[in-house]
Design a protein around this ligand. Structure first.
Ligand code: DAH
Length: 334
């Protein structure tokens, strides 16, 4: 091969290298112009004299330098392009995040707490795991009472039960202080109930307790009347019917005039005009004896209502289980 041909092949190769726009293109060019079977390489094999060898080495060096330079340039510009294209603009607003809100049960719970804090009550915690002594004995449940059965309640052992109601908190609250007592305590309770539209095996109650000198049934009814109007509307009327609980005497059940039909009768109140809200009564003196309060000196009232029940009644939710399903389409409405 003569020197002119070598120069021409070299210049062609360098021109092609400089024209390559991507690393892939550059690799193609390298194979074509500088690969094992390229004219330049083939020419190299035919060299027989030192002068031609020197010229060939210089040409090869020039092509290699050119490839290296082009590689670097392409890598740099590809990096620049990726940096520009894939840049995350941290100053952009992060649209699309919805702020959540408290579950309806928590809302009702806080609402009830606020109502009673406004009346001067304290909010106290109880225990979800209770002894049978506090859950049943202290509350004067007779030995054969149905809720003492493992078929009705969740026992952890013979003497330990997931509380079936918040009422044992009454005993703990009284043991913790001397009268006067004005407390509410809210939380979960557990029963072996098969879930249906009006039952879930775990639910929430609010328990209230007032113990002082001279407390009467009128105080209880006035307090519940106030509570029901706050929860269901100022125009509501209340009614109290006799009932039975082991730990109150007398015992009553509270009713509120239906907030949907205002008493004229509708499906929500089952055409009675009244909605049953929950139990209450005057604290049985047996409880005072258990905690060491003087039953001759003190009287008191108590009540215990389901928070889910308040929520479904007030908002017309047809099935109490919905509150445990976490379906956002429902929960977002409240
Ligand atoms: N503990 C009762 C229940 O779960 C509700 C109840 C009724 C609580 C009367 C009370 C009360 O404090 O005085 O069915």
């Amino acid at each position: 091969m003569d020197a002119d041909a070598l120069t021409r092949l070299t210049e062609e190769a360098i021109a092609a290298i400089e024209a390559a726009q991507t690393s892939d293109e550059l690799e193609q060019v390298r194979v074509t112009h500088f690969g094992q079977k390229s004219p330049l390489r083939l020419a190299g094999r035919e060299i027989r004299d030192p002068a031609a060898g020197k010229a060939f080495n210089a040409a090869r060096q020039a092509v290699e330098n050119s490839i290296e330079k082009r590689e670097e340039a392409l890598a740099r510009s590809e990096l620049d392009r990726r940096l520009a294209e894939e840049r995350v603009d941290v100053t952009l607003p992060v649209g699309g995040w919805e702020r959540g809100h408290l579950h309806l049960i928590t809302q009702v719970r806080r609402e009830v707490e606020d109502i009673f804090l406004g009346l001067g009550y304290r909010v106290v915690d109880g225990r979800e795991v209770e002894t049978t002594r506090y859950n049943f004995d202290a509350l004067a449940f007779p030995p054969g009472h149905a809720s003492r059965s493992p078929l009705a309640s969740v026992f952890l052992d013979d003497e330990t039960v997931l509380r079936t109601e918040t009422s044992p908190s009454q005993i703990r609250a009284m043991e913790a202080q001397e009268p006067p007592v004005y407390i509410v305590t809210l939380g979960r309770v557990y029963r072996r109930d098969t879930p249906d539209a009006t039952h879930t095996p775990t639910f929430h109650q609010v328990e209230g307790l007032a113990v002082d000198e001279g407390i009467t049934l009128a105080d209880l009814e006035g307090t519940l009347d106030f509570l029901l109007r706050k929860l269901f509307g100022e125009e509501r009327r209340t009614e109290f019917r006799t009932h039975y609980f082991p730990f109150t005497e007398p015992s009553i059940e509270a009713y509120v005039s239906c907030h949907v039909c205002d008493g004229s009768g509708c499906p929500v109140c089952r055409h009675s005009g009244w909605i049953e809200v929950g139990g209450a009564g005057m604290v049985d003196p047996k409880l005072f004896e258990f905690v060491g309060y003087d039953p001759e000196r003190y009287t008191g009232f108590a009540f215990g209502w389901g928070l889910e029940r308040i929520a479904v009644l007030r908002h017309g939710i047809p099935d109490l289980r919905e509150l445990w399903r976490d379906d956002l389409r429902l929960l977002r409405q409240f």
